[in-house]
Every structure is written in structure tokens, then in C-alpha cells.
Ligand binder design. Structure first.
Ligand SMILES: *Cc1c(COP(=O)(O)O)cnc(C)c1O
Length: 354
């Protein structure tokens, strides 16, 4: 049974104190007006941290854009505040997405905040525990599909053609608009940069960054990285059964394929693959040496940089797309074990110092 509360007057969704959400911060560069029903959890304005150890290894100045610091723990919040604001503006009552996890968590959070009903379709058994917990807690109807992400996206596209439900996957142009603001932040903070390293799944984010850089008058080399078992852009053909430990980029047929390739070719960048082993090496390295815990898919950006090099880039930013706590299972499998100990000083001493 749930508790009922007395209802008071509605309050404005300005987001409260502290930094404004990204719609308010970049209002002049987004397709919204100040009097739109803006839905925000004060996303964006994420930390940009110098990675000294990674910098030493690759011989360039390397920064980490910590997108796991967004309200639901991934960059998806940047696009979702815009997609859900637009859905609310258009009078939608429900939103839906196919998701490898983070889009589901973000859609559920923003929809609940906006008073819309969220439904999410995820590949059964292939979504990290934290993301599933979030989607459920935010009140989403979570549908576990016996099929992969690509099949899920195809099905939701067919569903929304028949029903008045807003589709909030990155095929939605408002998602790209919101996500491009991360490029604005990088340009504002660094002045300029030579290369961006980014994991590529459905290819919405690399498309968004490139749009943002172009609008800001910059053209860093776009280095996109895919997991070797889910690397359609590298192979030049869809992958029917994508497999990787980096569940957020376990996608075989990216929706924004052409745009991603355009970003990489026109920026003199590249698309390359990294193995699960290389991804997990970078994942552990960042946590143990930089104090930054990201999820496996995010580590693909740093893995790619460490394996394939920075080229002639002097200043590089790596996008760490999601927080490490999203996927505690993989973390526990990859980390060392705990030390059992009797409650006696001598035992504690040898456990701590041993
Ligand atoms: C969604 C996601 C990606 C991939 O982004 P695309 O826009 O699908 O290319 C990478 N990492 C994480 C953590 C994600 O949630």
C-alpha cells in the first residue's frame, strides 16, 4: 500500500538552486523558449578532470568528461530533459524507448518528474543491475524483450507509429539537441581541443558532439570506439548478434550510422575497435589510478586512446558516458576480493598491514 499525501499548489520546474539545467544554460542555442514547460533535474555542467596518468601514457594532455555525474548517472540526461520537455509541450501522456539500460533509467526519471508515464523495452538479461533498479524505482513499465537492442528499437518505432506515445530514443532530434551541449561545455572550458574520444553504440552521442562542435566553430578529430564484438561501423556491416561486456554499446545496427561516419571522416578522425579485455583494463586503470569509476562502455573511450594512440593531438577529451555504480556486478567480478577478519586487534593488524 502506498501513502497518500495532501496536495498543494504546483511549483515551477526551474530546478531550484545551484547551476541551472542545460536548457536554461544554453537556451539561446536550443529549440526552446523560456516559457516552455521545461523539465529539468539540473543536468549538464559536468566535471572535466585532467587525467595525469593517462596523459603520461599517451603523451598528450588528456581530460575526462565525467558524464556519470549527471542526475541519473549517464549523459542520457542531457538529451532526455529536452526530449521529455518537448513531449510535455506537445501534450504527450506517455513516453517509450528501447534501451540497453541508461536511456531507460533516464527516460523513467524525467517522465516521472514531468508527470508522464514511462515504458521501456530492454533486452532480457542484458541490462546492468543499477539501471534496471532505476527504471523500476522511477515507475517505468519495464518490458524484458527476448531479443537484442536492435530488435527492440525496430519494435518501438512500429509501436509509436500506431499510438500517441512519444519516442525518446536518440532517433528523436531533441535528444541530439540536448546532448550537443556537452561539446559547448568542452569548448568553454578548454578553449579548444584537438581530439575527442567517445564510445559508439547507437551513434547518437557522437552525432550530437559533432553537431555541438560545429555550432561552436570547432572541429576536433572525432575518435569513435566500438567493442570488438559489437563493431558494425568498424566492419562496415551490421552485426547480427552483438556481444560485449560493455552492455551500453551492445548494438549491432546503429540508427545514426551515416551521421557518425560523416563526423569521423570530415573531422579527420577514425572509428576503431577495442576488445573486452582492453575495455576492462582501462576500466580498472581509471578507477585505481585516476580515482574515476565509470561503467565498462565508458572505458572504451580511454581504452581506444591508450591502444590506438592520440595521433598528433596535443589536447584530448575522453567522454566517460556513465557511472561505475550502474554495473556493480561487473565491478565485483573485476575487482579484488575482501579480506575476512576476526574481531581482534592482532587479526585486524595483520589484515590491514599484511
Ligand atoms: C548510450 C550509451 C553509450 C552509447 O551512446 P550512443 O549514443 O548510443 O552511441 C555509451 N556509453 C553509455 C554508458 C551509454 O549509456
Amino acid at each position: 500500500m502506498s501513502t497518500t499525501y495532501p496536495s498543494g499548489p504546483p511549483c515551477a520546474q526551474r530546478g531550484g538552486h545551484g547551476h541551472p539545467g542545460l536548457i536554461h544554460r544554453f537556451l539561446d542555442r536550443l529549440p526552446f523558449e523560456a516559457d516552455d514547460p521545461i523539465v529539468t533535474l539540473q543536468e549538464g555542467s559536468t566535471p572535466l578532470v585532467l587525467a595525469e596518468r593517462v596523459s603520461e601514457i599517451v603523451g598528450a594532455e588528456v581530460y575526462l568528461k565525467i558524464e556519470g555525474a549527471n542526475p541519473t548517472g549517464s549523459f542520457k540526461d542531457r538529451g532526455m530533459c529536452c526530449a521529455v520537455t518537448q513531449a510535455k509541450k506537445e501534450g504527450a501522456k506517455a513516453v517509450i524507448c528501447a534501451s540497453t539500460g541508461n536511456t531507460a533509467a533516464s527516460a523513467a526519471a524525467y517522465a516521472s518528474r514531468a508527470g508522464l508515464k514511462p515504458a521501456v523495452i530492454v533486452p532480457e538479461g542484458k541490462i546492468a543491475t543499477g539501471k534496471l533498479a532505476q527504471a523500476l524505482m522511477h515507475g517505468a513499465r519495464v518490458i524484458a524483450l527476448r531479443g537484442n537492442f536492435d530488435v527492440a528499437l525496430q519494435l518501438v518505432r512500429e509501436l509509436v507509429a500506431e499510438h500517441p506515445i512519444a519516442l525518446v530514443n536518440s532517433v528523436n532530434p531533441y535528444r541530439i539537441e540536448g546532448q550537443k551541449t556537452a561539446a559547448f561545455e568542452l569548448v568553454e572550458e578548454l578553449g579548444s581541443l584537438d581530439a575527442l574520444c567517445i564510445p559508439v553504440g547507437n551513434a547518437g552521442n557522437i552525432t550530437a558532439y559533432w553537431k555541438g562542435f560545429q555550432e561552436a566553430g570547432h572541429s576536433p578529430m572525432m575518435f569513435g570506439f566500438q567493442a570488438a564484438g559489437a563493431a558494425p561501423l568498424v566492419n562496415g556491416a551490421p552485426v547480427e548478434k552483438p556481444e560485449t561486456v560493455a552492455s551500453a554499446i551492445r548494438i549491432g545496427n546503429p540508427a545514426r550510422w551515416e551521421e557518425a561516419m560523416t563526423a569521423m571522416t570530415t573531422s579527420n578522425g577514425r572509428i576503431a575497435a577495442v576488445t573486452d579485455e582492453q575495455i576492462l583494463d582501462a576500466y580498472r586503470f581509471l578507477a585505481a589510478n585516476e580515482g574515476v569509476f565509470c561503467e565498462p562502455a565508458s572505458a572504451a573511450s580511454v581504452a581506444g586512446l591508450m591502444v590506438h594512440g592520440a595521433g598528433d593531438a596535443g589536447r584530448v577529451a575522453c567522454v566517460l558516458t556513465g557511472h561505475g555504480l550502474k554495473d556493480p556486478q561487473t565491478a565485483l567480478e573485476q575487482a579484488g576480493g575482501v579480506v575476512p577478519c576476526e574481531p581482534e586487534l592482532a587479526a585486524v593488524e595483520s589484515a590491514v598491514l599484511g
